[in-house]
Design a protein around this ligand. Structure first.
Ligand code: HEM
Length: 501
């Protein structure tokens, strides 16, 4: 027993004699600097915190595997999808978006759904949400949108005015707002929700033929949501509700799993689809593009150390393997920049060398040095081209070319009636009476804290999505329905002027 006892050491591995009393000259006087153990212990403690993620700060994660169940090789040459039965090790992290690292798991918010596949051809990340759409469709708006979900710079309080002011000035958000304020905005833990790429990506095969795809991951546990009241209560009684649920279920061997599907659109169909297939505020109707099964993933291992493996995990929608590439979705293009940029700030230059982020295959390139480099690459040569047999690119990995010619300018998405169609269909066709009632009361319970002129502007947008939808929210807020109707009849510019003060 004694032989197996671990000796306490410094970070240099030097044995420590005492960890309960710092070294002083006499009983309880000045602590001496020669007490290097105490100094190191405090100095390390002083540096324990790293910046939390600017969004998606509160989250949980687990490891597992992805298994291919259906042959999709005709669409993509991605090695990890090449054969039925092929398994790939993976990591999943689920999160809320707007709150701080200590915020409640049950907040009304989209849930992050980030997957990292450790493939033989390097890491592939699928960084999605539990919603198939998003609030905005140009990345230039993202910092503003996120600021409205954070704290007011003056009061340091969450701000219903900012939240609804921005959304009502950004009507393309209506589809995602309708999803968020349904009970899907408060899922019952992370195991009972679906995941989506939301964005459209490119898949291409060995012949260089490409298609456009959207990922869908359906929970095998079944969808389960909390009501607004349950979510609010849990935020007080068990703010780590979803974290606990995921950890405990894996710990007791009840491994959650998701079935993976894709929707596939041929390039020639993209030009003529009734919605812009690269606009993330829209879905592709399943009746037009049915779900094609691909595989499943199972989470069967909790992290050994939360900070090392989950807090330091770095996902990026730009981590592609051959066979998968980006698409002309301008939100996605901005994301390709933002993730590794924030991770260099949050975790350091060599964040990709941390064990959780490092690919399981060798890496060879000419990037060298930087802070906290663990020297995973050979030392020479360190330039390219070279005649010393250094690693060289291979043209066979070039993704298919796509035509993106045109005039460079700040092209705005024109706001059109088409932007309200899918929210209206969701309200009137996909939702049950129960869903609709909860949607209305969830919205009213939140927007009632915003200024009335903002309530009017947003109600007009609900009305444009579906007259009953706008009417019911307006009734819940005791607004003048005729005023809502006349605002709904205006274009957005006039509506904004009419509700300016
Ligand atoms: C996290 C930026 C849109 C899903 C993050 C982070 C940033 C960011 C800076 C923190 C990353 C880190 O610290 O490691 C952006 C920008 C967007 C955008 C600029 C729009 C232009 C989206 C969309 C989705 C999404 C549309 C889903 C479809 C996620 C997820 C995480 C995340 C799941 C958490 C990843 C993790 O678990 O570590 N985003 N985001 N984001 N984002 Fe986005």
């Amino acid at each position: 027993m004694e032989e197996n006892k671990k000796i306490l050491t410094t970070n240099q591995g030097n044995p420590v004699d005492n960890d309960q009393a710092s070294i002083t000259t006499q009983k309880h006087t000045m602590t001496l600097l020669s007490d290097v153990h105490t100094v190191e212990k405090l100095a390390h403690f002083d540096r324990e915190r790293i910046p939390e993620r600017v969004v998606h700060a509160k989250g949980s994660g687990a490891f597992g595997y992805f298994e291919v169940t259906h042959d999709v090789a005709k669409y993509t040459c991605a090695g990890f999808l090449s054969q039925v039965g092929k398994r790939t090790e993976m990591l999943a992290r689920f999160s809320t978006v707007g709150g701080e690292k200590g915020s409640a798991d049950t907040a009304r918010d989209p849930r992050g759904f980030a997957l990292k596949f450790y493939t033989d051809q390097g890491n592939y990340d699928m960084v999605g949400n539990n919603t198939p759409t998003f609030f905005i469709r140009d990345g230039i708006k993202f910092p503003d949108f996120i600021h409205t979900q954070k704290r007011n710079p003056l009061s340091n309080l969450k701000d219903a005015d900012a939240f609804w002011d921005f959304l009502s000035l950004t009507p393309e958000s209506i589809h995602q707002v309708t999803i968020l304020f349904s009970d899907r905005g408060t899922p019952d833990g992370y195991r009972h929700m679906h995941g989506f790429s939301s964005h459209t990506y490119m898949w291409y095969n060995e012949k260089g033929e490409h298609v456009w795809v959207k990922w869908h991951f359906k929970t095998d546990q079944g969808i389960k949501n909390l009501t607004d009241q349950q979510a609010t209560e849990l935020a007080g009684t068990d703010p780590d509700y979803a974290t606990r649920d995921l950890f405990n279920s894996i710990e007791k061997g009840d491994f959650p799993s998701w079935t993976a599907y894709v929707q596939i659109m041929k390039p020639e169909e993209a030009d003529n689809y009734k919605f812009d297939p690269f606009d993330i505020t829209k879905v592709w109707f399943h009746s037009d593009y049915p779900l094609i099964p691909v595989g499943k993933f199972v989470l069967n291992r909790n992290p050994q150390n939360y900070f090392n493996e989950i807090e330091q995990a770095a996902f990026s929608p730009g981590n592609f393997v051959p066979g998968i590439a980006s698409s002309p979705d301008k939100m996605l293009q901005v994301r390709l920049f933002s993730y590794p940029d924030t991770q260099r700030h949050r975790l350091g230059t060599n964040f990709d060398q941390l064990p959780v982020n490092a690919p399981k295959c060798p890496i060879h390139n000419y990037q060298r040095d930087g802070q906290m480099n663990t020297g995973s690459q050979e030392s020479a040569p360190n330039y390219y081209p070279n005649s010393f047999n250094g690693p060289a690119p291979d043209i066979k990995f070039t993704p298919p070319a796509i035509d993106v010619q045109g005039m460079a300018a700040r092209h705005e998405y024109p706001l059109g009636d088409i932007d309200f169609v899918q929210a209206g269909e969701l309200y009137s066709r996909a939702m049950s009476d129960y869903d609709r009632s909860n949607l209305i009361s969830n919205i009213v319970g939140h927007i009632k804290n915003a200024q009335q002129r903002i309530q009017y502007r947003q109600c007009a947008i609900f009305y444009k999505a579906h007259p009953e939808y706008g009417t019911r929210v307006a009734e819940g807020l005791r607004l003048d329905i005729n005023k809502v109707k006349s605002l709904a009849a205006m274009n957005q510019e006039d509506r904004v002027k009419a509700t300016a003060s």
